[in-house]
Design a protein around this ligand. Structure first.
Ligand SMILES: Cc1ncc(COP(=O)(O)O)c(C=O)c1O
Ligand SMILES: [Zn+2]
Length: 367
């Protein structure tokens, strides 16, 4: 514990007080946060995710761009009766990553860092760049080649330095980690830093509040690195542990068929996730061939009685078009969860409440 902040803990048993230079365990594994019991005292006058400050591990330092409290709407006025869509692209930088980025930059400020480094396929980097700008911190964002031009423009527009890495998403992460080791900058990693998950937890808290203090039966969530799966799980698990809901909703994680390492491990009944050689997919935001927290996503899906499913490029395109025809304009990755949710879901009862996010804006990338 440092300044009231929970320690980083690793599955190997080691733990560390939060420090700018600590981004993974000495064993190489990713870090989590020692659990903190949830206090459900939303501040109804606060229209940002800081309304849940009582349930968050970081103190509210006043850093906000108005993130959180995204709309929850019906998919259609007629069909798909139980399906609700959470409009995450209404977030300040156009994706749900704002929920985690506001925490990482708040933590960077608490730890006295002047400079942050992040790597991303686009949206997380954009979010970190925006919040760093808001907080007056310098940011350097590493992106893989092929990242959408609009996302690059947005990152640069917020004053961040952009380094385009010729190579894969994994090469990009390695380049960012090398810069962190070399400069001692704070690694604002949505993959490694568990404070990111604590912010994403608010996705669940908002659904709980909007559904009148209940949990939906199923959450359908896209999974690349799994931050939304892990964050949503942590939120409902905290509500369960506080006695506010009976159980965590069934979590159905969705991957693009052309890059589906977690789905392959799930189908094979394995606990580890083997890297795949990805094919080209329009779902750039979830094209993660070697997800560091893949085993955790598997655990969550199995514990909640969910599944890992895949969607084809054609299904993503059809879902994208169906959303657009109803006035909803998402980036291709933002159509992935809906592509799965509009099919019969494994184990779902007809008419049960299902929530799927529209997680990224179509103004950033299109088909
Ligand atoms: C629009 C969008 N949806 C979903 C995801 C998936 O998030 P994760 O990689 O944390 O599973 C991302 C990640 O970049 C994204 O940009
Ligand atoms: Zn460890």
């Amino acid at each position: 514990m440092r300044d009231g902040l929970p320690d980083y803990i690793c599955a190997c048993g080691r733990s560390y007080p939060p420090a700018a230079a600590r981004w993974r365990c000495e064993c190489g594994g990713p870090l989590d946060l020692a659990p903190v019991p949830l206090t459900w005292t939303p501040d109804l006058d606060d229209d940002t995710l800081w309304r849940y400050a009582g349930a968050l591990v970081l103190p509210d330092l006043g850093l906000t761009l108005g993130e959180g409290l995204t709309p929850l709407i019906r998919a259609t006025s007629d069909g798909e009766p139980g399906l609700l869509l959470k409009v995450e692209y209404a977030s300040p930088t156009g994706s749900f990553k704002d929920r985690g980025a506001v925490m990482l930059v708040t933590l960077a400020r608490l730890l006295g860092a002047g400079r942050v480094v992040a790597d991303s396929s686009g949206n997380a980097g954009t979010a970190v760049a925006a919040y760093a700008a808001r907080a007056g911190l310098r940011a350097e964002i590493f992106v893989p080649e092929g990242t959408s031009g609009k996302k690059l423009q947005q990152i640069r527009g917020h004053g961040a330095e952009v380094t385009v890495v010729q190579g894969s998403r994994e090469d990009t992460a390695a380049a960012a980690a090398a810069r962190v080791e070399e400069t001692g900058a704070f690694y604002a990693s949505h993959v490694y830093n568990p404070y990111f998950h604590d912010g994403v937890k608010t996705y669940a808290l908002e659904i709980f509040e909007r559904l009148g203090g209940t949990a939906p039966a199923t959450l359908v969530l896209p999974a690349g690195n799994g931050t939304l799966v892990i964050g949503a799980y942590l939120g409902f698990a905290a509500l369960r542990d506080a006695g506010l809901v009976e159980r965590v909703p069934r979590i159905v994680a969705v991957q693009a068929e052309r890059c589906a390492p977690v789905a392959a491990a799930y189908a094979a009944g394995e606990r580890e996730v083997r890297p795949v050689r990805p094919g080209p997919t329009v779902a750039e935001g979830i094209a993660i061939a070697a997800p560091v927290r893949g085993p955790r996503v598997l655990e969550i899906v199995r514990e909640t009685g969910g599944a890992v499913v895949t969607v084809t490029e054609d299904e993503i395109a059809a879902a994208h078009a169906a959303l657009a025809a109803r006035g909803l304009w998402v980036e291709p990755t933002g159509a992935v969860a809906y592509a799965a949710a509009r099919r019969p879901l494994p184990g779902a009862a007809p008419g049960e409440t299902v929530v799927a996010p529209l997680c990224g804006s179509g103004l950033k990338a299109s088909l």
